[in-house]
Design a protein around this ligand. Structure first.
Ligand code: NDP
Ligand code: MG
Length: 390
């Protein structure tokens, strides 16, 4: 039986992943979650997992109580999640949100199996380290982000040297047509309401600010190793085309599908074959129209900041992601306006760049984690100095 581990099983991607698995037909090694203990315990019972791990020590008594009498082991903390990654699995879903997903993913790669990577932050913070670790242990990384799964699928059987450009699509989010003035007053509740996709809270807000697309530009660069100027973003409000590949003969391969993450997860689950996945089939006549427009760089500065990271590389991705996480925390807490998130991130990168610390290659975990820590501290200071100034 296939041994499967799901990191972040209680999240949006995690739930969709388990939805595609049949209890009894897979050997579930480990499931990990955060604060949603009721769901984590229910999942662990349903799949008779060997171990369930919560990220938070204070949740452990509840998890233990919910699993009492099942024989399922329970553990808590970031180290316990990393240790769960040491349990051999053939297929691992990396779906923790944020930089916390990096270490479990890296540890899982050591088994040489398949890592289905939803956690884009791993590639943004430590792309070279992640790819080198996969190569070292003969592991396969399959992208689960819908755009990157689309690029991956459109490249099957193609010669990469014949690719001129890669275009990933963005829905434009809920504020696509907002004026700058309207954007001053955006609340977290408004930013969480994505028009097409049902996702976790943080990625939904990142989609609204286009910081999700910024992360995805960097993710494309790190995973597929195309040059920054080969990678483009186009706003496509229907979210039906997920990515397009332009070839040297002028042809373009577009990947289409419903806005349902189970397609990309299912692709990674069945790869290298294709297997049936219960997602809605597209009705093109009913769709009738697909629209495209260039993203507005003034209202959405995230893409410009990502371009700088793609050029600088080194530890700038780790700094960018950490600053983004801090800015997002403050926006969710109501302590930072929506538009100020980009300013905080830009300010953080500028401060760190003056210290020349962004150029170091992201090849060791220590360097990446140190930069993550430093950028969080710098971003917190940048938020504080804005609050004092205002
Ligand atoms: P969710 O917020 O829905 O879920 C996140 C998961 O991680 C939950 O299981 C959560 O536990 C757990 N978690 C939260 N904080 C920590 C932590 N510090 N340590 C360990 N586990 C933690 O996120 P999504 O499922 O939306 O996204 C997961 C990843 O997939 C992200 O990297 C995202 O960018 C990426 N992705 C998501 C897509 C989507 O459609 N949702 C699309 C493409 C990529 P709990 O909820 O129990 O607290
Ligand atoms: Mg995506």
């Amino acid at each position: 039986m296939r041994r499967i581990t799901v990191f972040g099983s209680t999240g949006s991607i995690g739930v969709n992943t388990l939805d595609l698995l049949m209890p009894g037909a897979v050997d579930v090694v480990a499931l990990t979650g955060g604060r949603n203990i009721a769901l984590l315990a229910e999942q662990a019972r349903r799949f008779n997992a060997a171990i369930a791990v919560t990220a938070y020590e204070d949740c452990l008594p509840d998890l233990r109580a919910a699993l009492a009498g099942t024989g399922i082991a329970a553990a808590a903390g970031a180290d316990a999640i990393a240790e769960a990654a040491d349990r051999p699995a053939d297929w691992t879903m990396s779906a923790i949100v944020g930089a916390a997903g990096l270490v479990p993913g890296l540890r899982a790669l050591r088994h040489g199996g398949t890592l289905a990577l939803a956690n884009k932050e791993s590639l943004v913070t430590a792309g070279p380290l992640l790819m080198a670790t996969a190569a070292k242990y003969g592991a396969t990384i399959l992208p689960v982000d819908s755009e990157h799964s689309a690029v991956f699928q459109a490249l099957v059987g193609e010669d990469k040297a014949a690719v001129e450009r890669v275009i990933i699509t963005a829905s434009g989010g809920p504020f696509r047509q907002f004026t700058l003035a309207q954007m001053q007053a955006i609340t977290p509740a408004q930013a969480m309401a994505h028009p097409n996709w049902s996702m976790g809270q943080r990625i939904s807000i990142d989609s609204a600010s286009m910081f999700n697309k910024a992360l995805e530009l960097i993710e494309t660069r790190e995973f597929f190793d195309f040059a920054p100027d080969q990678i483009e973003v186009i706003t496509h409000p229907q979210s039906i085309i997920h990515a397009l590949i332009g070839f040297c003969d002028g042809g373009i391969m577009a990947h289409m599908g419903p806005a349902d993450m189970r397609h990309a997860i299912g692709y990674a689950l069945h790869w290298p074959r294709r297997g049936a996945v219960p997602v809605e089939r597209l009705d093109l006549a009913r769709l009738a129209t697909l629209n495209f427009e260039a993203p507005d760089p003034v209202r959405f500065p995230a893409l410009r900041l990502a371009r700088n990271v793609m050029e600088t590389r080194g530890l700038s991705g780790a700094a960018f992601n950490a600053a983004k996480e801090i800015a997002l925390d403050h926006f969710i807490a109501g302590k930072l306006p929506f538009l100020a998130m980009a300013a905080v991130i830009e300010d953080t990168l500028a401060r760190l760049s003056r210290e020349n610390s962004l150029q170091i290659a992201a090849t060791t975990l220590d360097d990446v984690l140190n930069m993550d820590h430093l950028a969080r501290k710098t971003a917190t200071e940048a938020v504080a100095s804005r609050q004092q100034g205002s």
